[in-house]
Design a binder for this molecule. Structure first.
Ligand code: CAA
Length: 387
């Protein structure tokens, strides 16, 4: 969707956008679909597939080409996220965190040295990044950081625990949010780039999850980790603002993921309804099923427009925080509804793994939780309305 300057809206995708969408769809069908049920069952991270996604440019899509990125816009990113999430939401959350939280955060706010050292290999998918904000007692209440980054002159001494970290066990670079000056509350928080292998940094247990089971979610422990001052992103005390601004963009990625999960389930339901017979005719000929498909289609269309609008605003350099929060809130909600209905359309088959929709239904739930719960999105929306 391009927003034209004449005041009219152009809903036509450009040739470049269509090409990105086609490439992502082809990759997802060819490389992600075989084995996705296995990976979900055994909680296997899609290592080879993520490597290929890097080679195809999906891991640093919006990064400037001078830092080895794809130099693409957020609309392209949304289109690719949707196609990949239709098939494998575990692969797409890895992609989303790497693109919109880690790469974007370093490119937007990092130093030139940080970009050369970290952004370049992150943008090609040669290494993967993780974003470490959540803690055992700081999820939605993100200002209550217990991880401490004590200022020791030319380095920070990092101590604490992070929870539910996507890419936790596979990442090489971790953006860690920590409190330096408790008196200053959120204005005393910093974001530090921590490398895997730094002394005192340990990867904790892998979570056994309801959905996105192929993704790699861990707790992380930091015990007297010495992080050089040059690894801080932005000015002293910028860490909370860094996290909030980065998450605004991240929420577009998760909206696109939820959109993909919903549209993947919807496509399967349409296809199944044209194959399955009941009471002497195809179930697609029963109005009970037609109404379900019509509702699913309508919800997905609305969610797609909201997500693309947030992306278009971001690309235009406009304030997109409220649009991103609203897109994530709505899209994650309809992903619940659409995937549940897709299981219903499939009947008994929908409840077994082979037909994919039960996995999509389980995967959908997390989109209402991570990168800000639905309740947090409502806080962001309401504060923007009322400010
Ligand atoms: N954009 C920009 N700035 C923002 C912002 C936003 N969306 N939300 C808050 N801020 C700014 C405020 O303007 C304020 O700035 P000033 O100090 O200049 O006034 C500052 O941040 C503090 O904000 P609040 O006073 O509003 O803080 P709060 O304690 O009331 O909390 C909150 C605000 C919106 C609830 C915030 O804590 C939040 O977003 N929580 C959710 C955290 C989250 O999304 N976690 C996800 C973990 S990462 C993840 O899931 C990745 C993954 O692995 C998939």
């Amino acid at each position: 969707m391009n927003v034209a300057t004449s005041g009219t809206l152009n809903f036509q995708l450009s040739e470049e956008h269509t090409e990105v969408q086609r490439a992502a769809r082809e990759f997802a069908q060819k490389e992600l679909l075989p084995g996705v049920i296995e990976r979900d069952t055994h909680q296997t991270f899609p290592t080879e597939q993520i490597k290929k996604m890097g080679e195809l440019g999906f891991m640093g899509m919006m990064v400037d080409t001078i830092y080895n990125g794809g130099g693409m816009d957020t609309i392209s990113y949304v289109l690719a996220m949707e196609e990949i999430s239709k098939v494998d939401a575990s692969a797409s959350v890895c992609m989303s965190v790497n693109n919109s939280l880690v790469c974007w955060g370093i490119e937007k706010f990092g130093t030139e040295a940080q970009k050369q050292k970290y952004l370049k290999p992150l943008a090609t998918g040669e290494i993967i990044g993780a974003f470490c904000l959540s803690e055992p007692e700081a999820g939605s209440d993100a200002t209550s950081q217990r991880t401490i980054a004590e200022d020791k002159g030319d380095y920070y001494l990092l101590n604490g625990i992070k929870n539910w970290i996507t890419n936790g066990g596979t990442a090489s670079v971790y953006l860690v949010i920590a409190q330096t000056d408790i008196e200053k509350k959120h204005k005393g928080i910093n974001c530090l780039i921590v490398e895997r292998g730094m002394e005192g940094f340990e990867v904790g247990k892998k979570e056994d999850k309801m959905g996105i089971r192929g993704s790699d979610t861990h707790s992380l422990m930091f015990t007297n980790v010495k992080v050089p001052k040059e690894n801080r992103i932005g000015e002293d005390g910028f860490g909370f603002k860094f996290a909030m601004q980065t998450l605004n963009g991240g929420r577009i990625g998760i909206a696109a993921q939820a959109l993909g999960i919903a549209s993947g389930a919807y496509e399967l339901a349409v296809q199944y309804s044209k194959e399955r017979k009941a009471f002497g005719k195809l179930i697609s000929e029963h109005q009970a099923i037609q109404f379900k498909l019509a509702d699913m289609y309508t919800k997905i269309e609305a969610a797609r427009l909201m997500t693309l609008k947030a992306a278009a605003l971001k690309d235009a350099g406009e304030d997109f925080a409220i649009a991103a929060a609203a897109a994530k809130l709505y899209t994650s909600q309809i992903a619940q509804e659409v995937t549940t209905e897709a299981v219903q359309v499939h009947g008994g088959y929908g409840y077994v793994k082979e037909y994919h929709v039960e996995r999509l239904m389980r995967d959908a739930k997390i989109t209402q939780i991570y990168e800000g719960t639905s309740e947090v999105q409502k806080i962001v929306i309401a504060r923007n309305i009322l400010k």
